[in-house]
Design a protein around this ligand. Structure first.
Ligand code: CUA
Length: 191
């Protein structure tokens, strides 16, 4: 009578093993499916910047023609109501050095670099991007509160990196629209 006992014991442990294997297979397949879903989502999502959305610019001519000439830098109120900040990062400053934006309104940054890779982050907001020579970086964010924020360069760009920063003045939308009506490029650079 010992044989059937050990036999049924073996069957039982075999069943346990099969159940455990099946459970782990389901867990692994779920993880793989989740990773694939994440890849597809980020691949299709705007933030992943698929190649069709990459905007390029010639760093040799950006000072003399096009969107990033000096008198087009700063904050503008576009005809369709969008607020756009155009800026340049260069060793070792931003142009403009002081940026004006309205609170509570979506603000789109459009920036590029003339030399090395720079980047910026604005205070405690989620405004955070890299500025890469030859490419235009875009970023849209809303500043919730009126106040002044620091905007340091956060990519090591050379010996002057730690001295490279600008200011962002967040003003009330009423003040902003009064100033912006002139149709000029706004900044808070003194003088
Ligand atoms: Cu520019 Cu660091």
């Amino acid at each position: 009578m010992t044989e059937p006992d050990s036999d049924s014991g073996r069957h039982a442990s075999e069943r346990v093993a099969i159940v455990a294997e099946r459970r782990w297979a389901i867990i692994v397949l779920t993880i793989i499916a989740a990773l694939l879903a994440m890849m597809i989502f980020t691949g299709l999502h705007w933030a992943a910047m698929p190649p069709s959305r990459v905007e390029t610019i010639d760093i040799k001519t950006l000072h003399i023609q096009g969107e990033f000439v000096e008198n087009n830098l700063g904050t503008s109120l576009e005809k369709d109501g969008r607020v756009i900040v155009r800026l340049i990062g260069q060793q070792y400053s931003f142009v403009p050095q002081c940026i004006v934006v309205p609170a509570g309104v979506p603000v789109t940054f459009r920036g590029t670099s003339t030399d090395a890779i720079h980047g910026f982050i604005v205070g405690r907001t989620n405004a955070n991007t890299m500025l890469i020579p030859g490419f235009i970086s875009t970023f849209t964010t809303t500043f919730p509160k009126v106040g002044e924020q620091l905007m340091p360069c956060h990519e090591y760009c050379g010996t002057g990196h730690e001295a490279m920063w600008a200011k962002v003045q967040v003003i009330s939308p009423q003040d902003f629209y009064v100033k912006a009506k002139a149709g000029e490029r706004l900044s808070c650079v003194p003088g």
